[in-house]
Design a protein around this ligand. Structure first.
Ligand code: 13P
Ligand code: SF4
Length: 306
């Protein structure tokens, strides 16, 4: 892939980034213009790992709120800023700490596993955090636990339960973007592209997951597409990933399972907002210590497993 010339705006961002000693972390669903200025582009797990290790003083998080909170939990001494503080995750907002505390009271002996798509307050109530990359491995690591609570995504829980053979106590959460991908969408695309491999995210409807050749996190999809012999892929996740897939694999074809799978929150961040964030060093995302220390335990336990 030939690297295109930096625009004036990109040059300004790069200069200011150096001056501020900042690193720009970008989720795979961000707009192409934001992916173009990334120091690191990745899925939730990869970006958490980078946030935990970076030497930079400032982390500019281009993603959604829970991701920036996770960076702040792992790197409290860093200034974590979001170019658009209103970029939230509706799934993360479907469960609050009080609701989880009540669920835990009903199942006092259960191990509590929570998806990274949760608030810091909810993470503080977890035993283990997990991402789409390692959810199955985390539950498999809990062989000695009789009961497991798995929140908030009911579709991820269903996938994990089928893969591990464990019955899970779940919550009625879901991703409003991924549930827009319907089995008939996948069927239609497969009819048009019979040789294409079907990759889907585990947040998809169970009926969609059942049609997949591979169920993967966003960065796992990037790896799968690169390594596979296949030349065509049907992509069952948020549309932003297609940009990276095409960039990495110019000789391969990628078809979105549905054009409707767009996460509006992931599209709130723009290059201009990144520049303003670097100029003003705002908006800061900071998790107070009494929540942070408890939430970090659940994330650390996850990072130890995989
Ligand atoms: P990944 O960790 O697979 O990138 O997923 C994050 C997310 O929000 C999916 O909707
Ligand atoms: Fe949340 Fe879904 Fe958007 Fe991911 S795609 S950030 S789970 S709403």
């Amino acid at each position: 892939m030939v690297k295109k010339e930096n625009t004036e705006l990109e040059i300004k961002i790069n200069q200011l980034k150096k001056k501020r000693d900042a690193v720009i972390l970008v989720h795979n669903y961000q707009l192409p213009e934001v992916q173009d200025i990334a120091d690191y582009r990745g899925d939730s797990l990869e970006l958490s790992r980078v946030a935990a290790k970076t030497d930079a003083k400032v982390i500019v998080f281009c993603g959604v709120y829970f991701m920036a909170e996770t960076a702040s939990i792992l790197s409290p001494e860093k200034l974590v800023i979001m170019p658009d503080i209103h970029a939230g995750c509706p799934m993360a907002n479907m469960l609050n700490a009080q609701e989880l505390i009540k669920l835990k009271q009903k199942h006092p002996n259960a191990a509590v596993v929570g998806y990274v798509n949760t608030s810091a307050e909810v993470k503080a109530e977890l035993d283990y955090c997990c991402t789409s990359t390692n959810a199955v491995a985390v539950v498999n690591a809990l062989k000695d636990k009789e009961e497991i609570i798995f929140v908030p995504d009911k579709y991820l829980a269903d996938y994990v339960s089928k893969k591990t053979g464990r019955k899970l106590i779940t919550w009625n959460g879901f991703c409003p973007t991924h549930i827009r991908i319907l089995p008939e969408d996948v069927k239609r695309e497969k009819k048009f592209h019979p040789f294409a491999k079907i990759m889907v995210h585990p947040e998809c409807l169970s009926s969609v997951v059942a049609m997949a050749d591979a169920v993967l996190s966003t960065s796992q999809m990037a790896k799968f597409a690169k390594e596979s012999e296949a030349k065509e892929f049907i992509v069952g996740t948020e549309s932003g990933l297609i940009y990276r897939l095409k960039q990495d694999n110019p000789a391969k074809e990628f078809y979105p399972a549905s054009e409707r799978a767009v996460c509006p929150n992931m599209k709130r961040t723009t290059q201009e907002k990144v520049l303003w964030a670097l100029e003003e060093l705002k908006e800061e995302v900071k998790v107070p210590d009494q929540i942070r220390i408890r939430a970090k335990k659940a994330i650390d336990r996850m990072l130890e497993i995989i």
